[in-house]
Design a protein around this ligand. Structure first.
Ligand code: FES
Length: 250
């Protein structure tokens, strides 16, 4: 800038002193003069102080503007960040809400699924119970049928036993009858034999009687004589009841 160390050599006021005064709020030559006592003697520095003050003010204004702009930018950035954050937060919140909703839905679905599964399980259990009951009933029916069959079989066996017994009895009766018949036959045979014996005895007796009688006749006929064709005397000899022979009497 070509400026000397002192802007006011009379009072040894530096440029920095003037800058400080302006920064502290002096926004005109008068206020700078009041704050720093510049230009209070010869007055040669007045123009320099005025120009420098204006430059400082201008710089400050520009800086303020730029600061403002920067601040605005920062604010905008900050606002954008806040907005982004808010959006993120909102999105996060939305996502959280959505997640919560989804989780709630999932829970509801799970509950519903669980209930469905439970219902299915209960239904399956009921079916199993029904099947078991049905099987039990069928088993009972079969058992009853088996008992009936066993009873019938028992009765059949008893009937068969009775029939076998009857057959045995009949056989025994038949045998008895046969035995009786045989006995009767034997008796008849015995009787016949006895009769035969008796008849034989009688026949023997008759034979004996006849023999005796024959002998008697023979005795009588012993001396019976007859004549043959030649007029010769022949003795009649009795052989049996019907047959006779002639023998010469010599
Ligand atoms: S130079 Fe500033 S009063 Fe003299």
């Amino acid at each position: 800038m070509g400026k000397t160390k002192y802007i006011c050599p009379c009072f040894k006021v530096t440029y920095d002193d003037v800058r400080k005064a302006v920064h502290d709020g002096a926004d005109s030559f008068k206020q700078v003069k009041k704050a720093t006592k510049v230009s209070g003697k010869c007055g040669h520095c007045e123009c320099r102080v005025k120009t420098f003050t204006k430059e400082i003010l201008k710089d400050m204004e520009q800086k303020t503007c730029s600061d403002k702009t920067a601040a605005d930018k920062d604010k905008k950035k900050a606002n954008k960040k806040i907005a982004d954050k808010s959006k993120e937060v909102e999105e996060t919140e939305g996502k959280k809400k959505q997640s919560k909703k989804i989780a709630d839905k999932s829970k509801e679905v799970e509950k519903t699924e669980g209930k469905k599964k439970q219902s299915k399980k209960i239904a399956d259990k009921s079916k199993e119970v029904e099947k078991t009951e049905s099987r039990k009933k069928q088993s009972k029916k079969i058992a009853d049928k088996s008992k009936e069959v066993e009873k019938i079989e028992g009765k059949k066996k008893q009937s068969k036993k009775i029939a076998d017994k009857s057959k045995e009895v009949e056989k025994t009766e038949g045998k008895r009858k046969q035995s009786k018949k045989l006995a009767d036959k034997s008796k008849e045979v015995e009787k016949t034999e006895s009769r035969k014996k008796q008849s034989k005895k009688i026949a023997d007796r008759n034979k004996k009687v006849k023999n005796a009688e024959g002998k008697k006749k023979a005795g009588k006929e012993k001396n019976l004589l007859v004549k043959n064709q030649d007029n010769l005397k022949m003795r009649v000899i009795r052989l049996d009841d019907k047959n006779y022979k002639l023998k010469d009497v010599t």
